[in-house]
Structures are given as C-alpha cells and as structure tokens.
Design a protein around this ligand. Structure first.
Ligand SMILES: C[S@@+](CC[C@H](N)C(=O)[O-])C[C@H]1O[C@@H](n2cnc3c(N)ncnc32)[C@H](O)[C@@H]1O
Ligand SMILES: *[C@@H]1O[C@H](CO)[C@@H](O)[C@H](O)[C@H]1NC(C)=O
Length: 305
C-alpha cells in the first residue's frame, strides 16, 4: 500500500516537473483558482500568488494580502513617494497600494513583472481601477507605469525602470515573494541601490537558508525545479553580508517562516494531489533550512548616477 502511494507520488511529481520544465516558468493562471472563495464571485476579485502570512487567517487571498501589508509596513512607505514594485504578478500589490486605507499612497508607482500574461492582466486591472468612478472623483491621482520584463536591467533596454536612463529615481523598491528567482538577486540589489534616491529603502519578502544548502539540494532547486539560481541559495548571514557590501545601511531582517510555511502547507494540502506534493516539498525544504524572511536596507548616502 505504501509502495503504491509512493509510486503515485513520484509519478505525479515527475509529470509535474516535466510539464513545468517545458513551460520554463512556474507561473501561469493556476493561481486564479486559489483566490476563489466558497460562495464568492467567479472569477474572483483578487489574483494573488504568494505564500501568504497566515497568522490570523486560513484564507488564501487574505493571507496573501496580509503578507503584502506586512511588506509595506516594513518598508515604511513615504507619502507621495516614488515606488517600484518588482515581480508583481497579476497586480494585486499594485492595486493594494493605490486603494488600501492602511497603505501610504505613492505619487508614482512603477511595476515590472516577467510574464507577459501577468503584465497584461495587471495593466487591465489598473486601468479599470484608475478609470472607475470612485477614483475619477478622488483628488488622489497617482501615475502608474507598468513594464513587462526581467527585474534585472540589461544594457540594451533603456526603458527599464532600473536602467540608468530611466527618468525617475525611487524612494522605495519592493519585491514581494519573487527576488529568489532573479538571476541574480545580488545583481538586482546592486542595480536597485543605484536607482534609489538618498534615504530610499529596498524591502523584500524573500527566501534564504538557515544552514548552507548541500550540492544535491542546489542542483534540485536550480536544474530540476528552476525556482532559484544557485547564487541565490544563501544563508541569512550571507544575505545580510551581500546587502551590506552593496552599500545598504540600517539593515533589518525578520524571519517570518513560522507565519508563512505552515499556513501555506495546510492550504496546499486541501488542493488535491499536486497540492499535497507541494506541501510535502515545502516541509522537506524547511527541514533543509529554507526560511522566509522580510529584509530591508536603506541607502543612507547618495551616489552619482
Ligand atoms: C510568487 S509570484 C508573486 C507575485 C506577486 N508579488 C504576488 O504577491 O501576488 C512571483 C512573481 O515573480 C515573477 N518573476 C519571476 N521571475 C522574475 C524575473 N526574473 N523578473 C521579474 N519578475 C519575475 C513571476 O512571473 C511571478 O509573477
Ligand atoms: C526608509 O526607512 C526609514 C526607516 O527605516 C524611514 O525613516 C524612511 O522614511 C524611509 N525612507 C523612505 C524614502 O521611505
């Protein structure tokens, strides 16, 4: 019996990995169903896609929003600030910044996310929000620019928000559950430092390790699952050191794993076989030292751009 379950488990796992590798990107539209509430509207109003902060809830979109609010609070957003939100997926963190009563509203909000479908969806939702009746009458008129592309700026792309040619600097750069994907995160942190205004902050909800991951685990996460480049599989201490060496100061790191992983696992367990496979995977990774952190750094001194 146990052998049968193991066989089913392994088959599901590898078929998933096979399709996933073909797609080359772990994301798509599966998360829409995660946001559906029993008896709620279909399609659902939110399209969140993060691991959530499950301290006071067992509901996926609520946990996702709680994680976003947690990130915003850590970022101590400045009123009428210039914000860059990277890896925003379908745009819920963008909409939250424009509309949530507890969130300090930006004057300029830029976003960049890699999947064309997510970018289009975000643009559609933001356009709808900005043209809706309550925002048309409201005195608050933010400028929102959304870009499609890799979070890392490459020299040929002058329109990238992290390009030295971009017309704005930022007071806050936010990365909600995505920077571990970037190739590499260290390069992203360096480019962000250059584009932050003096006194500006970068704040990330991100993954790292309590102990150095072994070679097999690295190979698995990078070459099999494609979740993170090996350079990003660093310990907390190495992460802090990278951030410090780039020039950030007043660095703060909070380990929120216990509010993220167990709740997310419980949620996944209720989502069929693939969900259960993922729940076990997260449990295993946590055992191997995976941690969910919120990290913030400030650019205290200016630089010449
Ligand atoms: C776990 S989802 C988080 C989405 C969103 N922040 C949220 O909370 O709903 C990670 C997002 O990062 C995007 N992403 C992955 N790699 C990226 C890259 N190199 N540059 C920009 N975005 C990336 C993915 O397409 C996906 O939308
Ligand atoms: C950056 O964070 C510090 C607190 O850590 C805050 O005092 C400051 O106002 C923030 N800067 C901006 C531009 O939001």
């Amino acid at each position: 019996m146990l052998a049968l379950y193991t066989l089913i488990f392994v088959t599901i796992f590898f078929s998933y990995v096979y399709f996933y590798r073909r797609a080359k990107d772990p994301y798509g539209t599966f998360h829409i169903s995660f946001n559906k509430l029993p008896g709620g509207p279909d399609p659902p109003r939110t399209e969140w896609l993060n691991m959530g902060f499950w301290k006071d809830t067992e509901i996926f979109p609520e946990a996702c929003q709680a994680l976003a609010l947690r990130l915003f609070r850590a970022a101590s957003l400045k009123p009428d600030g210039r914000v860059l939100d990277v890896g925003h997926g379908s745009g819920d963190s963008i909409l939250l910044q424009l509309s949530h009563p507890q969130v300090t509203k930006p004057a300029l909000l830029c976003g960049i996310t890699s999947l064309p479908s997510h970018h289009r969806r975000s643009q559609e939702r933001v356009d709808k929000f900005l043209s809706s009746a309550d925002s048309a009458d409201a005195p608050y008129k933010p400028t929102v620019f959304l870009f499609e592309g890799d979070a890392i700026w490459r020299s040929e792309n002058r329109d990238h928000p992290l390009s030295p040619h971009f017309r704005h600097q930022f007071d806050s750069i936010l990365a909600l559950d995505c920077a571990y994907h970037f190739n590499t995160r260290e390069e992203f942190l360096r480019q962000s430092f250059r584009r932050l205004a003096t006194g500006g902050n970068i704040t990330l909800a991100d993954l790292c390790f309590a102990v150095p991951p072994g070679p097999i685990l690295k190979l698995f996460l990078w070459r099999v699952l494609h979740v993170m480049p090996k350079e990003n599989m660093v310990t907390k201490e190495q992460y802090l050191q990278q951030v410090r060496e780039i020039g950030y100061e007043d660095i703060e790191m909070e380990d929120v794993s216990s509010f993220v992983f167990p709740g997310f696992r419980n949620f996944l367990k209720q989502r069929g076989n693939i969900g259960r496979v993922f729940a076990s995977l997260i449990c295993w990774l946590q055992g191997k030292g995976l941690r969910f952190i919120i990290i913030k750094g400030t650019k205290v001194v200016g630089n010449n751009l």
